[in-house]
Design a protein around this ligand. Structure first.
Ligand SMILES: *Cc1c(COP(=O)(O)O)cnc(C)c1O
Length: 372
């Protein structure tokens, strides 16, 4: 699905120098690489504070801890997402309230969010799924009206931007009280292990989140709150500093692949290409089509036999996971998600794909579909 080997080869010298330099410095925890990456990511995103941490799941957890939520507080999030989003909600003793996604963009459905708000709702967590932003303008207005915070799960859309009706353009992950992202290797800005970050424009929230990520420590050996231990290590920061310089190029490469897939499949009666929200750019963390009347397993087998990987993000929605079995979820309440889980197919998309590979994949997808 991705080609991290070829990507590394193209920047090998810079990466090797960064890694060896860090090893020789013996500054493995914190230090100039972590500080440098933090400052460079802040500049890239145009956000006041980046707090690096150990992974994207921790970023979500720390953001929720920083808001001082109490057990029983409700957090609204889409059921069509990766488990991490809802997992941390439950882990903190909060109540996940799942809603369906929008049929065009597969991001959180704002009307359903509105209907799910109760006096206990404290946070909404939209997920910028597959690489494009949820409908943030409406969501932020809704949050403001009800005094509810927005935490963006931006693990899949770093580098995307969003246009407000005022004409203001802002980066994904910098619109809510917190934005959270992941540097898992296959993400658009991936390191060579685990990593994550929290973004905020709020000075006080930044101070609290930073303290929580570091054992609740305000000064050395002084602990004001119960926190956790969540650090981005210096080797990963050094790698990320190199890769951040290529992020815009990587995004452009992904968009070029998406354009080619779009041209090939756009008019196909049984393949629906991704719809783009007019306010958000799409950085195509995934290129996910929706199949119509096609036996997906059979198509995947055909593709696999021809050396073309494909994935299903996600086969089982949160409301059907055993971990979230909850009588409050009515099985018929999530028709868009249920349809997507049965029909989505993600095709290879990455920064190193060449024209021949792309042509081959397109041809095999069309052949596999035609064979049914
Ligand atoms: C990858 C991902 C996460 C979690 O990131 P990790 O770094 O693996 O903990 C959270 N939410 C979404 C939507 C993701 O895709």
């Amino acid at each position: 699905m991705v080609d991290l080997g070829a990507q590394y080869e193209r920047i090998q010298k810079e990466i090797d120098d960064a890694v060896l330099g860090t090893i020789r410095s013996t500054k493995f925890i914190g230090g100039p690489e972590v500080d440098g990456f933090k400052a460079e990511l802040e500049a890239y995103l145009g956000v006041k504070h980046v707090i690096p941490c150990a992974n994207g799941t921790d970023a979500l957890q720390i953001a929720m801890m920083a808001l001082g939520l109490k057990p029983g507080d409700e957090v609204i999030t889409p059921t069509f997402t990766y488990i991490a989003t809802a997992e941390v909600i439950a882990l903190l003793g909060l109540t996940p309230v799942l809603v369906d996604v929008d049929a065009d963009t597969y991001t959180i459905d704002i009307a359903q969010v509105e209907a799910a708000i109760t006096p206990r709702t404290k946070v909404i967590v939209p997920v910028h799924l597959y690489g494009q932003c949820a409908d943030m303008e409406r969501l932020l207005a809704l949050g403001e009206r009800h005094g509810i915070h927005i935490i963006e799960d931006n693990a899949q859309a770093i580098g995307a931007d969003y246009l407000f009706s005022s004409g203001k353009v802002v980066m994904a992950g910098t619109m809510g009280i917190f934005g959270c992202t992941s540097f898992f290797p296959s993400k658009n800005l991936g390191c060579y292990g685990d990593g994550g970050a929290i973004m905020t424009n709020d000075d006080e929230m930044a101070r609290i989140a930073k303290m929580i990520a570091s054992h609740g420590q305000s000064k050395q050996y002084v602990h004001d709150v119960v926190g956790c231990n969540s650090r981005l290590d210096a080797l990963q920061a050094a790698i990320l500093r190199v890769k951040l310089r290529y992020l815009d190029e990587y995004i452009a490469n992904r968009q070029a692949v998406a354009d080619a897939y779009g041209d090939a499949f756009e008019k196909h009666p049984r393949i629906r290409i991704p719809n783009q929200h007019p306010r958000s750019t799409h950085v195509f963390h995934q290129y996910t089509v929706v199949l119509n009347g096609i036996d997906r397993d059979r198509l995947r087998n055909f593709l696999a036999q021809n050396g073309v990987p494909s994935m299903i993000y996600y086969p089982i929605p949160l409301h059907k996971q055993k971990a979230f079995q909850d009588t409050r979820y009515d099985d018929a309440a999530f028709p868009v998600t249920d349809m997507l889980c049965d029909n989505v197919l993600s095709l290879p998309i990455h920064t190193e794909m060449d024209a021949d590979q792309l042509e081959y994949i397109i041809q095999k997808v069309l052949e596999g579909v035609a064979a049914q």
